[in-house]
Write a protein that binds this ligand. Structure first.
Ligand code: SAH
Length: 389
């Protein structure tokens, strides 16, 4: 069977040659008929010169996702090699660790695939038809590489709708694992890979969780705690940690996690963190350390201004709530609010708080979430460490 071919425009060729991994519909010449989406196509310029291979998408605005510059067969051996290379980088970066992101999509040259490892279990996202149609192959290769007890499919995300796919959740291999445990530094965490948020937990903050333990002091506050990634690290050093989280399920899991680590100094409050910050300020309570790690406030460009206002509000309140010399660890996972914008809104919050604030550290996600140069979408997480004077 001959491989289907897709020709791209001059502008598309420029993007392709510049290494941009996505080619949009406007840069594709006469889209080929009869393709379903998910095929690996030959990519050519307007004169028929071969450029490489890509995943084809029928429904999405992103029609081509780069796979190779050459005509090497995109088969089991191809994916085995890409998976092994991704895993080799993590093994070198995190010797002895068993909780990390194994595959970070495009940034690991595996577009549309996310694989998180939690000890003996894997949690996978298949984000377009290219990976959805190869899910058995991917599960086989992951089994070969990791011998996991189970592979959970957490493709229950709305981004699949842009690709003509329904969100889906279930098991690719093995039985429902229930609550599983994994380690981050000296803390053991329990998460439910099937019922938890995203792939079960937020591994992108793992290195920042561990970093935060150095700042646990006196009275600490962790807002948007989920299952306690930050709160428990703080609790190892602080006299008391208050964790504020809106989800009942996450609060229950957090309490279990505190017990599991023998930490009796964690108070878990089920509340809206916006309200908690405002009310606590009014009550006159003050903290030595505060962590803010909210969910994304803007899924698209249109929502950026509202997101900036939200970030500014919580950061302003946190700055006001800190004792002199206190630490603010503040994160944003909103791609559309970039690092510069985040710093600007923190400047504005500092000015309004009438406090002087030092920026000690600008961090991002860990090395297991690499950034692909040329694809800014792979760089989304900001985590700043501030000292409020
Ligand atoms: N800090 C966590 C991840 C946070 S994800 C970690 O490092 O692992 C964001 C969390 O905020 C989710 O658990 C979500 O349930 C919670 N959340 C969303 N809106 C909230 C609100 N208004 N107040 C408190 N928690 C909220």
């Amino acid at each position: 069977m001959t491989q289907p071919t897709v020709r791209i425009t001059k502008k598309g060729v420029e993007r392709w040659k510049a290494g941009h991994p996505w080619i949009y519909a406007a840069d594709v010449e006469a889209p080929p008929k009869g393709l379903e989406g998910g095929e690996v196509v030959r990519v050519e310029d307007g004169r028929g010169w071969f450029l490489g291979q890509a995943f084809f998408s029928k429904e999405s605005k992103i029609v081509l996702r780069w796979l190779a510059w050459d005509d090497t067969p995109v088969d089991a051996a191809f994916f085995r090699e890409r998976l092994s290379r991704a895993e080799a980088m993590r093994r070198a970066a995190y010797p002895g660790q068993t909780a990390y992101r194994v595959v970070h999509g495009e940034a690991d040259l595996l577009p549309g695939l996310v694989v998180d490892r939690f000890g003996d279990f894997l949690s996978v996202q298949l984000l377009h038809k290219g990976t959805e149609r190869r899910k058995e192959l991917i599960a086989d290769l992951l089994t070969e590489l990791f011998h996991p007890k189970a592979i959970v499919n957490r493709s229950d995300t709305n981004v699949r709708r842009h690709e003509g796919l329904e969100p889906e959740k279930g098991l690719l291999r093995g039985d429902a694992p229930g609550a599983i445990t994994y380690r981050e530094g000296d803390v053991e965490l329990e998460a439910d890979l099937l019922q938890g948020q995203k792939t079960g937990a937020f591994l992108d903050q793992r290195d920042n969780h561990v970093m935060a333990s150095a700042y646990g002091a006196g009275e600490s506050l962790d807002c948007f705690s989920y299952v306690g990634g930050f709160a428990l690290q703080l609790a190892r050093k602080a006299a008391k940690v208050t964790a504020v989280e809106i989800s009942e399920a996450a609060c229950g899991q957090l309490r279990e996690n505190a017990k599991r680590n023998g930490l009796s100094n964690v108070e878990v409050i089920t509340a809206n963190a916006f309200d908690y910050l405002r009310d606590t300020l009014d009550e006159g309570k003050r903290f030595d350390t505060i962590v803010l790690d909210p969910p994304s406030f803007a899924k698209n460009k249109g929502a950026v201004e509202a997101a900036v206002r939200g970030y500014k509000e919580i950061n302003l309140r946190a700055m006001q709530l800190l004792k002199p010399g206190g630490t603010l660890i503040t994160a944003s996972c909103t791609f559309h609010v970039d690092e510069e914008r985040f710093e600007e809104l923190l400047d504005a919050a500092a000015a309004d708080s009438k406090r002087r604030v030092q920026l000690l550290e600008k961090r991002g996600a860990g090395m297991d979430h690499p950034v692909l140069l040329g694809l800014r979408e792979t760089r989304y997480l900001k985590c700043f460490v501030l000292r409020v004077l």
